[in-house]
Design a protein around this ligand. Structure first.
Ligand code: 26Q
Length: 822
């Protein structure tokens, strides 16, 4: 039958072309002769958004009308990456939009390149939240992701004279077509002031909180599409604004400039993301940000619950709230405050609801990285929450006392308050006490949590602990970033793997097929050439696509040991200098990653990488056998060029330090082999791909503990290992710093005097393992077989698997399919 497609929903390339032209005119206010590429990007983005809105509205409507349980992901960070291309993939309209754009004389790749990604996170934790939102939508699980709409996301990184320079990320400058503000759903958040008791109508003791300041939270909603399903979830990010009424009338009568100041102060709240991926203790604004977005989100949830006509007592049956680390853990006290003070429930009822509603994911083992807040600061900002935390603590410790009679140490260790010099609130303890489930993000991590930082809680409540190993979405991390490999795989095994990654198993037998291996190699070579072209264009460096692309891309951190990688580079360099005819397989070392702006050692590691590159890349004796590249500004967009091009993935953290890692999964999914320690998810990846197909080195986490217990002396390794000594001495000599011996002195001293991450202890094992890598790469056919087996066996590390586990073990939620109304 004949029908005309609607310009807002139609999916044919003709309709899309018309819709793009229409949006260019009516939204951008431009005609083709004067439109910029960015105008076209906006027109295409709005065209795609129109196609999402229909599904989005039906999703929201379905959840509102039906009695469904909803997952609320609370995260201070999200790194979704560019939306446009992902939505094209998920909606299945990539080809049609490409055709529509080309018919208008444009090129889709250059339009996609216009998008500024939302850098609303630091690294792994924020990206995990984005992968989980993708899987939740794809699995049709009702979900909302709550967070903060930072005006400035993670800084952009430039490299000047080899050093990191931070540039403010003005991602909203040219507008954001993916968000819809909902000012009608604004909520008020209180800060400071004092509390006072009163007696309510029933004669019950109550407390009210008289704040010093009120800030408005305005929600901005972004649709998150699922892959080839109608489900389109919401990422709801809060922006802080000054409430007109509070500051402009009652509070500051007549004080116009004072009122403007108050507005500025309020709006500072969501100005900027803290660029640390480990907590910096005690920054008040950070606590304000955390409380702000958590209070907005919980108020919003309670409102949705009551709007659905449900009684407050059944809140936990309709919502489950996942705490992405302790950053939103104040939610435990806030939900108690809302239920007890505002909805007038009795404490015990409110506590049952709270405990059943919350679950907590821990992402770090380092005891120094556990979040605590000085009690004074906390009490002056959140006086009512401090009282509530005292009450929670008292009731909790009463329970503990009964169980561990006469063990005051236990009480002190479990308490929500750290005593001592200055008292602090332990956010991880609040999260544990207030949740029905606590999970680690990899098997080793969960075991170490149970033996280490959360041991006392594990002894008390073993049933609360579970492991859920992280995963990544194959939509973005395969289909979107590696169309060549996607096509090759799909041609052989069909496309079910895109939503059932375990189907990669069907590739196993193909590893034995020489013709398939040859095609695989062709694909890998083409993808490497793409990255080489990009680096040529942006850095003027010529790379050999037949060399080993050996890549380490992640935040710069001592525990991640980028400098161990550098010691290997210098070792290879020295070998060639000593023996110019040495047959070493050519290697290209590629690094990417940001250092926290205040983390001097991490910044010095970047300078070391770039300085070694300067020398090695231009030394004629090296004959281009070694190249060292530092790719600036590692973010989602840039990472998408990197993962597909790797032959070797560097996962070399000190065992016991990396909670999981997720980059390790992205590399492996794209056919890289891994060189890694027994840390985080590496252990499970190695088990999955089988030991022969993984380059293992280094001490185990137990070895590291023993080594330190016996009094680790890094100098011993230095003194007894000539190659190691030579490499370190070369750095210290000023060889890489134009004779400036002082430049890398702090780094050298740290390695020789303390070496808290045991680089020297793992050095020889790493070098031996890298020599095996070099050997193995010579046999391209076997290498390819191993790469295919890595992909065939990586299916477990899909975020779909992880989300299914959360649903079954922690959330108790089911899929709800969305039907579109015509
Ligand atoms: C806390 C307080 C104040 C300022 C900053 C912070 C802060 C911000 C971000 C603390 C930690 C983070 C991020 C941590 C993170 O990304 N952890 C990583 O989480 C991944 C997902 O589970 C794991 O794969 C990584 O192993 C882990 O390092």
């Amino acid at each position: 039958s004949f029908h005309i497609e609607d310009d807002r929903t139609g999916l044919s390339s003709e309709t899309l072309q018309r819709a793009i032209a229409d949006n260019l005119y009516y939204i951008q206010g431009k005609f083709p002769e004067i439109a910029t590429l960015y105008d076209y990007y906006m027109a295409v983005a709005y065209t795609v958004r129109d196609r999402l809105l229909h599904r989005w509205i039906n999703t929201v409507k379905t959840y509102r009308e039906q009695d469904v349980k909803v997952v609320c992901y609370l995260s201070a960070e999200y790194l979704p990456g560019p939306h446009l291309e992902n939505n094209l993939v998920n909606l299945g309209i990539y080809d049609q939009v490409q055709q529509a754009v080309e018919s208008s004389g444009l090129d889709l790749r250059s339009i996609l390149a216009q998008e500024e990604e939302p850098g609303l996170g630091n690294g792994g934790l924020g990206r995990l939240a984005a992968c989980y939102m993708d899987s939740l939508a794809t699995l049709e699980i009702p979900a909302i992701g709550y967070g903060i709409r930072y005006e400035y996301g993670i800084f952009d990184q430039e490299i000047r004279e080899g050093w990191q320079v931070e540039i403010t990320d003005k991602w909203l400058r040219l507008g954001n077509p993916w968000e819809i503000p909902r000012p009608e759903n604004a909520v008020e958040v209180k800060f400071g002031g004092y509390t006072e008791p009163y007696t309510d109508d029933q004669g019950d003791y109550r407390v009210r909180w008289i704040p010093h300041q009120v800030v408005n939270g305005i929600p901005y909603d972004t649709p998150i599409s699922g892959y080839r399903v109608n489900t389109t979830s919401t990422m709801r990010l809060w922006k802080a604004e000054a409430p007109e009424s509070f500051d402009f009338q009652a509070f500051n009568v007549g004080d116009y400039y004072g009122a403007v100041d108050a507005k500025i102060i309020s709006e500072n709240l969501t100005k900027v993301l803290y660029p640390n991926d480990e907590p910096i203790q005690g920054k008040q604004l950070r606590l304000e940000q955390q409380y702000f977005f958590v209070s907005c989100s919980l108020q919003n949830l309670l409102k949705i619950h009551l709007l659905r006509g449900d009684p407050i007592e059944t809140f936990h049956e309709k919502f489950v709230i996942q705490l992405n680390d302790t950053h939103p853990a104040i939610g435990v006290a806030e939900l108690m405050r809302l239920l007890v003070d505002e909805y007038l429930l009795h404490w015990q009822k409110a506590w049952d609801i709270t405990q059943q509603a919350f679950a907590y994911t821990n992402h770090t083992l380092l005891p120094e990285a556990l979040e605590t807040w000085p009690l004074n600061l906390f009490g002056s900002l959140l006086p009512r929450h401090l009282e509530i935390i005292y009450e929670i603590n008292q009731r909790f410790l009463d329970q503990v006392r009964l169980k561990y009679l006469g063990n005051p140490d236990k009480l002190a260790r479990l308490s929500l308050i750290e005593e001592g010099g200055s008292k602090r609130i332990r956010m991880a303890h609040l999260a544990c006490v207030g949740s029905h489930a606590i999970n680690g993000v990899a098997a080793l991590h969960t075991e170490l949590l149970k033996e280490g930082v959360l041991k006392d809680f594990y002894d008390l409540w073993p049933h609360k602990f579970t492991n859920i190993t992280n995963g990544v979405t194959p939509r973005r991390w395969m289909v979107l970033i590696n169309p060549r490999l996607t096509q090759l795989i799909t041609r052989e095994i069909g496309e079910t793997w895109i939503t059932q990654l375990e189907d990669f198993k069907r590739l196993e037998s193909l590893a034995e097929d020489p013709a398939f291996r040859q095609e695989w190699r062709r694909v890998k070579r083409a993808v490497k050439q793409d990255l080489a072209d990009y680096i040529q264009a942006h850095q003027g460096l010529t790379l050999n696509p037949d060399s080993i692309f050996d890549i380490q891309a992640k935040r710069i951190h001592e525990y991640k040991r980028q400098h161990l990688n550098v010691l290997h580079i210098i070792t290879l360099y020295n070998r060639i200098k000593h023996n110019p005819r040495l047959a070493v397989p050519p290697r290209t070392f590629i690094f990417g990653g940001k250092a926290a702006p205040g983390y001097q050692m991490a910044k010095l590691i970047i300078k070391l990488i770039t300085s070694v590159g300067e020398v090695v890349n231009h030394d004629p004796d090296i004959c281009d056998l070694i190249k060292v590249v530092f790719l600036p500004d590692f973010n989602v967009t840039n990472s998408q060029r990197i993962y597909p091009a790797a032959d070797l993935s560097e996962q070399i953290s000190t065992a016991g330090k990396e909670a999981s890692g997720t980059g390790n999964m992205k590399f492996s999914m794209n056919g890289a082999l891994t060189i890694g320690t027994l840390d985080g998810a590496n252990i499970e990846i190695r088990e999955a791909v089988e030991a022969d197909n993984f380059f293992l080195f280094g001490h185990t986490s137990e070895d590291i503990v023993d080594l330190k217990a016996q009094g680790y002396v890094p100098k011993t390794f230095y003194n007894t290992n000539p190659a190691l000594k030579e490499a370190i001495d070369l750095i210290a000599s000023g060889y890489f710093s134009h004779g400036n011996r002082a430049l890398f002195q702090p780094l050298v001293d740290q390695l020789l005097q303390a070496d808290p991450y045991c680089l020297l202890a793992d050095y020889q094992s790493y070098i031996d393992c890298q020599d095996q890598v070099g050997q193995a790469f010579q046999d391209q056919d076997t290498w390819t077989k191993t790469a295919i087996l890595n992909v065939a066996r990586i299916g477990r590390f899909s975020s779909d698997r992880a989300i299914r586990e959360y649903c079954r073990e922690i959330w108790w939620v089911n899929p709800v399919s969305i039907h579109l109304e015509e």
